[in-house]
Design a protein around this ligand. Structure first.
Ligand code: DCS
Length: 478
C-alpha cells in the first residue's frame, strides 16, 4: 500500500532532522518519573515562574485591566489598582481600538514599537526608527523569521557559538541551512577566539559553504559569560570584513551578576565605532519579556530591531510576518511595560523597584551558590554564571563511566544526567544538547530553583556526584 503523506517516512526531512534537547530525553524521563510520584526539580528550562518566581505586580495590573476593560468603568477600580497602572492600561487600550481581542499590525502595535525605539535610544545613546522594530511572540519567533529570511539552501552557513542554545541549531536544520559551529573557549571564561573562528570560516568555505551570518548570545546561554566590549568590537569587525549579518541575541541583558562589565549592546558598540561599520554592517538584535527580572515566558512577548537593512528587505520581512497576521497582543503590552517601567515619582515605582531588586539579587546569590557548589564536587569544574540564568559545569567522567555509558547505549553525559535524575530528581540537560568539544562533557542546569531549596539541592547533587565518581573511578576515602 502507498504510504500516506503524513506517515513518518514521508515527512519533510528537515523536520525529522531537528533536535531540541531542552525538552528531549531527559525531560521526557523526568516527566515519566513525576507521573510515578517522584519529586522532580525541573531545571531544564529557563522558565522562572514555573519554579515559583512571582510576577512583577505592575505588568500584571496593566495587562489585567487591558484584558478586562470593563473594570476601568467600575467606580471601585481605584481601590484595586494604582493610578499609574490604570493610566497605563488606558494608554495601551487607546493604541488598540479593538482591544486585546483584535489582531494588531503584523509588525506589532505602532505605539509600542515607538516605545521600544525610545528604550533602545536611551539604552544605547543612538536613536532608531520604530519602522525597524518588529514585535514577536517571544524572541524565538523573531530568530526563526530572520534565519528563514537568510537561509536560501543547504550551502548557506550560519556561524553559531558552541555550546549554543538549540533554538539556533534546530531552526537552521528546519530551514535547511548549514550550521557552522565556532567553539567558545571554556578555559578563557567562554570567550571567543578569533584565530579559531577564522579557521572555522575558511574550512567551511573550502567545503563550498557560503557563510552569511554570525550569531552571538550575550550574556551566554548555556555558558553564562558576559562579553567584553573588546570582544564585541572584534565580532563586529569580523562580521564587517567577512560580509556577515550579525544576529545579536541579547535576551539576557538584564540578567547580569558581575559588576565589572555592565551590559553593552552590540548596536551601541557598533555605533560607538562609527563609520563605515555603523553605516554598513547589517545587525539584527533580539529581546524578550521571558527573561530579566520579569521572567514572563508564558506571555510570549519579544522584539527584533534591524540596523542597516535595506527598506526592500524590511518589507519582505513584513510580508512574511503578515502570514501570521499578528503577534500575540497581551505579549506586546508586556513588552511595552518591560521597556517602559514605572519611573521615580510614579505611585508604583517603590513597589516595582523593590520587587525587581529582590529577584535580581536573589538570582545573583543563586548564581554564586551554584558555581561554588559545583566547584566543590569531585571532577566538576564550573565557570561563574556572570549573566543569563544557567550553570554549565564540566563533568570529568572517568573512562569506566564512559564505557558503562557505551554499554547502556547512551552518550556519556546523557548517562550521567539520567543517573542524576533517578537518584536525586534533579532534571538537567546533557551538554551534548548544546554542543561541546569532542570528549568533554557538561550538563546545564538553571539557577532558578527557589533560593531556600539551594542548600538541599547542591548537597544532594554533591552526594550523587561524588558517589558516582567513586563508583567509576574506584576512589576510596581512606
Ligand atoms: N534566545 C536565547 C539565548 C534563549 O535562551 C531563549 C530562551 C530565547 C532566545 C527565546 O526565548 P523566548 O522565545 O521565550 O523569548 N531560552 C530557553 C532555554 O534555554 N530555557 O528556557 C527557554
Amino acid at each position: 500500500m502507498a504510504r500516506k503523506p503524513l506517515d513518518y517516512e514521508e515527512l519533510n526531512e528537515n523536520v525529522k532532522k531537528v533536535r531540541y534537547a531542552v525538552r528531549g530525553e531527559l525531560y521526557l524521563r523526568a516527566s515519566e518519573l513525576q507521573k510515578e510520584g517522584k519529586k522532580i526539580i525541573f531545571t531544564n528550562v529557563g522558565n522562572p515562574h514555573a519554579l515559583g518566581q512571582k510576577p512583577l505586580t505592575f505588568g500584571r495590573q496593566v495587562v489585567a485591566l487591558c484584558q478586562a476593560p470593563f473594570l476601568l468603568d467600575d467606580p471601585h477600580v481605584g481601590l484595586m489598582f494604582p493610578a499609574d497602572a490604570i493610566a497605563r492600561a488606558k494608554h495601551y487600550l487607546a493604541m488598540t481600538p479593538g482591544g486585546l481581542g483584535a489582531y494588531s499590525d503584523s509588525r506589532g502595535i505602532p505605539g509600542i514599537r515607538k516605545e521600544v525605539a525610545d528604550f533602545i535610544h536611551k539604552r544605547d545613546g543612538y536613536p532608531t526608527d520604530p519602522e525597524l522594530i518588529y514585535l514577536t511572540d517571544g524572541a524565538s519567533k523573531g530568530v526563526m523569521q530572520i534565519l528563514n529570511t537568510i537561509i536560501r539552501n543547504e550551502r548557506d552557513g550560519i556561524l553559531v557559538p558552541v555550546p549554543q542554545y538549540p533554538l539556533y541549531s534546530a531552526s537552521i536544520a528546519l530551514y535547511g541551512g548549514s550550521l557552522v559551529p565556532y567553539y567558545l573557549e571554556e578555559e578563557a571564561n567562554w570567550s571567543l577566539d578569533f584565530v579559531n573562528i577564522r579557521q572555522t570560516v575558511a574550512e567551511a568555505r573550502s567545503k563550498g559553504i557560503t557563510v552569511r551570518a554570525m550569531v552571538i548570545i550575550n550574556p551566554g546561554n548555556p555558558t553564562g559569560q558576559c562579553l567584553s566590549e573588546a570582544n564585541i568590537k572584534e565580532v563586529l569587525q569580523f562580521c564587517y570584513y567577512e560580509n556577515l549579518v550579525l544576529l545579536a541575541d541579547e535576551v539576557y541583558q538584564q540578567n547580569i551578576f558581575q559588576d565589572e562589565r555592565p551590559f553593552m549592546s552590540s548596536r551601541k558598540v557598533m555605533f560607538d565605532m562609527g563609520p563605515p561599520l555603523s553605516r554598513e554592517l547589517q545587525l539584527v538584535s533580539f529581546h524578550t519579556v521571558s527573561k530579566g527580572n520579569w521572567g514572563e515566558c508564558g506571555q510570549r512577548g519579544g522584539y527584533f530591531e534591524m540596523t542597516n537593512l535595506p527598506p526592500k528587505t524590511v518589507d519582505e520581512i513584513y510580508k512574511v510576518a503578515s502570514i501570521s497576521l499578528s503577534p500575540n497582543v497581551p505579549g506586546q503590552i508586556f513588552m511595552g511595560v518591560m521597556i517602559n517601567p514605572p519611573k521615580p515619582g510614579d505611585v508604583s515605582y517603590p513597589k516595582f523597584t523593590a520587587e525587581s531588586k529582590y529577584v535580581h539579587e536573589s538570582l545573583r546569590r543563586r548564581a554564586r551558590m551554584m558555581t561554588d557548589g559545583f566547584n566543590s564536587c569531585r571532577n566538576v569544574v564550573c565557570n561563574f554564571t556572570e549573566g543569563a540564568m544557567y550553570s554549565f559545569p564540566q563533568i570529568r567522567l572517568p573512562p569506566r563511566a564512559i564505557e558503562a555509558a557505551k554499554r547502556a547505549g547512551k552518550a556519556p553525559d546523557v548517562f550521567y544526567c539520567l543517573k542524576l535524575l533517578e537518584a536525586t530528581g534533579i532534571s538537567t540537560v546533557p551538554g551534548s544538547g548544546f554542543g561541546q568539544k569532542e570528549g568533554v562533557f557538561h550538563l546545564r542546569t538553571t539557577i532558578l530553583p527557589a533560593e531556600e531549596d539551594f542548600p538541599a539541592i547542591m548537597s544532594s547533587f554533591k552526594k550523587f556526584n561524588d558517589s558516582f565518581m567513586e563508583q567509576y573511578e574506584g576512589y576510596s576515602r581512606m
